[in-house]
Design a protein around this ligand. Structure first.
Ligand code: GDP
Ligand code: MG
Length: 240
């Protein structure tokens, strides 16, 4: 076997998953296929956010079959942000990457992020062409503008779930509070306020192959706005 491209790095890849029974195995298999080419030391972490389908059983089986795979279960559904926080807290390696567990990204493109982390603390993907329904594109456009105006966040596509971090800078941001979809905004603004070196890389995006998209349910969007307004004053005044 040829040696990995980034032999000095160790990497945690985690997936927040809620009712992804059709996508969990594909996501993990892809990770097990590509990661050995990049790093010798890695773990694949599934955060099962209280799924009510067979995601937990499939995840447990994958962990049993593959020593590099770990699962953390939330006993009840707590929300996307809570699942990402659990992933960040559980990650054991020096580099931490997360993406959605619904196969809307090509994990092979994590290599583009690894290429850029050498002189950065965070490498964020942005979707070159987002493959979601039109109303999602509008939502995203408005959200990105809003957080730029309200918080001064200078990132193109804050909710692009394809991000790589040095674990040391994640440890430095302190406690994250968001349970819902606002987590990415909270995390990125806190990193920006701490002076983290943030780079951005364009990545491809694909339609969800199976399962249900819940990212724009009215409840999810409302909660994100509630969390944004509850925190915006504090976040704005933190540093800068
Ligand atoms: N932890 C958690 N994850 C969720 C929840 N809803 C969706 N997800 C996960 O978050 C990711 C994105 O969800 P998705 O519905 O595809 O959102 P979208 O792509 O923004 O429309 C997927 O990996 C889901 O499994 C939830 O309530 N809790
Ligand atoms: Mg999705």
């Amino acid at each position: 076997m040829t040696s990995p491209r980034f032999p000095d790095d160790s990497l945690t890849v985690f997936f927040p998953m809620y009712n992804e029974e059709e996508n969990v195995e594909g996501s993990v298999r892809k990770a097990l296929e590509v990661l050995p080419g990049w790093v010798s030391n890695f773990e694949v972490l599934i955060v099962d956010d209280g799924s009510s389908d067979s995601t937990p059983q499939i995840a447990d089986r994958l962990a049993q079959d593959h020593p590099q795979v770990r699962v953390v279960h939330h006993p009840v559904n707590q929300g996307y942000g809570a699942a990402v926080r659990t992933g960040i807290e559980s990650a054991a390696m020096d580099l931490v990457f997360f993406t959605d567990g619904d196969l809307q990204f090509d994990l092979s493109e994590l290599e583009l992020l690894l290429d850029r982390i050498e002189d950065a603390d965070v490498v964020c993907g942005y979707r070159l062409k987002r493959r979601d329904p039109l109303h999602r594109l509008l939502n995203a456009f408005l959200w990105n503008r809003l957080v730029r105006i309200l918080l001064g966040l200078r990132i193109r596509d804050v909710n692009c779930a394809f991000k790589l971090f040095r674990r040391s800078v994640l440890a430095n941001v302190g406690k994250l509070e968001t349970d819902g979809a606002m987590l990415s905004t909270e995390l990125m603004i806190k990193l920006q306020n701490k002076g983290a070196r943030i780079r951005e890389v364009g990545v491809h995006h694909y339609p969800r192959p199976a399962g249900e998209q819940t990212g724009a349910n009215p409840g999810v969007v409302l909660k994100a706005f509630r969390e944004l307004f509850a925190m915006s004053h504090r976040l704005r005044n933190e540093v800068r």
